[in-house]
Design a protein around this ligand. Structure first.
Ligand SMILES: Cc1cc2nc3c(=O)[nH]c(=O)nc-3n(C[C@H](O)[C@H](O)[C@H](O)COP(=O)(O)OP(=O)(O)OC[C@H]3O[C@@H](n4cnc5c(N)ncnc54)[C@H](O)[C@@H]3O)c2cc1C
Length: 433
């Protein structure tokens, strides 16, 4: 998809940024520090499955074959199509039923895989786009197939290198990027928008407005409520939002290449469903946690000074609908996570930290303007997907368009890039040259 963006500009992505494949895709640890690796090599993954439960070998192959059909429908065919009319939804309904989209990802995986830990390994994917595996539609089982089809890659230099590559491309094409420029209001009238007002008071008028800030925030905080008929504050408040994240970025003056860690590590706690219920439904901050630990210096040592290691660790936590005072809880929560990592994975960690920064749900709300401090915007439930999700062309304003996590198809870079293809096509249709 990144290649397509550069190709559309007559350029080659390779001239701007390097993507390197990660092997394994993930190393997934259970609560006893035993691990499972997988990648796109079927024999390798089957060998790993045999170590856990040889009986699941055949079930996994069947699971994989069915996710291929889900991927073909859910991603290849539909992810870059707009769902603007209810009839668009009706047209795909028979396929969605045939593909058993009424099951959750966890239920779907469990039909094929029996081992409790392997079920977790093949069902965690909705968490990457803000969903609970126990109530995200099984259509999202396609993420497992998507990874196999295209691989799991790291952008050399980190995500910032992607931003830099796109910045260079946009500027070469004559585009202008205004940094530290906050939009305070989208100027609306009945059924249309006219432009934007910036925090410095300047006004910019335009034929159309395309917003990539969080959809819920855009409607609620940037557009006068008297013009909103469908996305009223009440509707926005009633929608369900993805979980938030607590993320600690840190660097150590020691390398940890002799540890069992890989580039992408998922460290699962003993509880799976119970922990997810605490995060998504009960909205309490549990004593235990499951973590994702990123160690990019394994692949790209240049992003840290020589002899140093770079990490981030994230823990999914409830969004701000929970009764948690992060101004008080952030530091003790950070301490618990770091102590756990030191005790189990990174010996002498705290004595070796030379740089550290952490963010909590308040950062997502106050700095990134994500409603409820959610990390992935509108939760990817079946009842909030496709036509049911905020549309890429606003239902309230004919010339307001959305890209990003909260609109169709959803969060994560493949989803967000797909939304940009949809928005571009809609704008081209609405404003023919
Ligand atoms: C820790 C973490 C790790 C992730 N890792 C991956 C990964 O490995 N792979 C993957 O595919 N996805 C990953 N994701 C998900 C992915 O990053 C998001 O789904 C994606 O960035 C969402 O894009 P977006 O454009 O909707 O929102 P954002 O990337 O948040 O962009 C919205 C922008 O709008 C700006 N903004 C908000 N309000 C205003 C305003 N009023 N005026 C001007 N600007 C404003 C914000 O500052 C922000 O920069 C990760 C997410 C997190 C939190």
């Amino acid at each position: 998809m990144f290649d397509d963006i550069f190709a559309a500009a007559g350029k080659k992505r390779e001239d701007y940024i390097d993507f390197v494949p990660c092997h394994p895709f993930y190393r997934i640890f259970d609560h006893n520090n035993r691990y499972f690796d997988y990648n796109d090599n079927e024999e390798f993954t089957l060998g790993q499955i045999e170590k856990w439960n040889a009986d699941d070998r055949e079930g996994y192959v069947r699971f994989l074959n069915t996710t291929k059909a889900i991927f073909a429908k859910g991603f290849t065919e539909l992810a870059d199509k707009p769902f603007l009319k209810f009839t668009d939804m009706l047209k795909v309904a028979p396929d969605l039923i045939r593909l058993q989209s009424y099951l959750s990802v966890y239920q779907y995986v469990s039909k094929y895989v029996k081992d409790d830990f392997l079920r977790r390994c093949f069902s965690f994917h909705p968490l990457l786009v803000g969903g609970n595996p126990f109530d995200t539609t099984s259509i999202y089982a396609m993420i497992h197939y998507l990874e196999r089809e295209w691989g799991v890659h790291y952008a050399m230099g980190g995500t910032g290198a992607i931003v830099k590559a796109l910045t260079n491309l946009i500027e070469e094409m004559g585009g202008k990027i205004h940094l530290n420029a906050e939009v305070d209001e989208i100027l609306a009238e009945k059924g249309r928008v006219k432009g934007i007002r910036m925090a410095d008071g300047s006004l910019h008028f335009s034929d159309a407005v395309l917003s990539n800030s969080d959809v819920a925030y855009t409607y609620r905080s940037l557009i006068d409520k008297k013009y909103r008929k469908k996305y009223t504050n009440r509707k926005i408040e009633r929608m369900k939002y993805s979980m938030s994240l607590f993320v600690i970025y840190f660097g150590t003056k020691k390398r940890y290449l002799d540890s069992e860690l890989k580039h992408h590590n998922i460290i699962l706690g003993e509880r799976y469903k119970g922990l997810l219920t605490d995060i998504f439904d009960k909205k309490v901050l549990a004593e235990d946690f499951s973590l994702y630990l990123h160690m990019p210096t394994i692949t790209d040592p240049t992003i840290a000074p020589e002899g140093h290691e770079s990490f981030y660790v994230l823990s999914p936590v409830p969004h701000l609908g929970a009764d948690i005072d992060w101004t008080k809880m952030a530091k003790p929560y950070r301490d618990r996570i770091m102590q756990f990592l030191e005790d189990n994975y990174l010996p002498d960690l705290q004595a070796n930290i030379v740089a550290e920064h952490y963010i909590d749900p308040l950062h997502f709300q106050n700095t990134l303007n994500s409603y409820m401090g959610s990390a992935f915007s509108v939760q990817p439930l079946l009842t909030q997907s496709a036509w049911f999700r905020p549309h890429n062309r606003s239902e309230d304003f004919a010339n307001l368009y959305f890209v990003g996590a909260g609109t169709h198809p959803g969060a994560g870079l493949p989803g967000v890039l797909s939304s940009s293809v949809i928005a571009e096509n809609l704008i081209s249709e609405d404003f023919p040259l």
